[in-house]
Write a protein that binds this ligand. Sequence first.
Ligand code: ADP
Length: 192
Amino acid sequence: MRIVLLGAPGSGKGTQAALLVEQLKVPHISTGALLRNAAKKGTELGLKAKSIIDRGELVPDDIMAGIIEERLGREDVADGYILDGYPRNLAQAKSLDSMLERLGKPADEAILIDVDPEQIIKRLARRAKEEDRVDDAEQTVRNRMRVYAEQTAPVADYYAERGMLTRVLGDGQKEEILQRILSVLNVYNTSD
Ligand code: ADP
């Protein structure tokens, strides 16, 4: 099962990806988590990424392509993947397509988790406190929402044009949303 998860910051992509991992037994690849890890380790790349992330901007495409290619080349990706946070603009979508083609692992489905922007602002304000994420501060959230609308929303159209996109309502309990995603994937929930 090879899945691309799309959605605005705070749409619950990361939460759903973690739940999907339990059901599908394929790795969750979150570019945000990969970058935050690199930042925590204090690698040169991580430190450069951190200042960009804290401003709510996108890390340059060539850096992201290197990170994602290395991750997708690992053995645990043999049976599939759940991509979360990549691709984030059209250039990344195109580069991902050719990368996956080369690796013989093209994506099966793109799922967009749809949430009302007003609700997102509230959720992220809460997460800023709970997870101490500098990039969830209000001004940065606004910037991330702008970057999302301008650069990431067109990625959904890109997959829609290829007949790969399904939109899932991101409102409600996380288990309900998981069920919606699983039914798109024709998978039964194994936890009940
Ligand atoms: P969210 O979806 O809530 O914005 P993420 O953890 O996916 O959170 O991403 C956090 C930040 O990491 C982004 O705002 C961006 O700065 C950086 N980032 C993550 N993925 C990418 C990507 N594919 N391209 C560029 N920057 C990225």
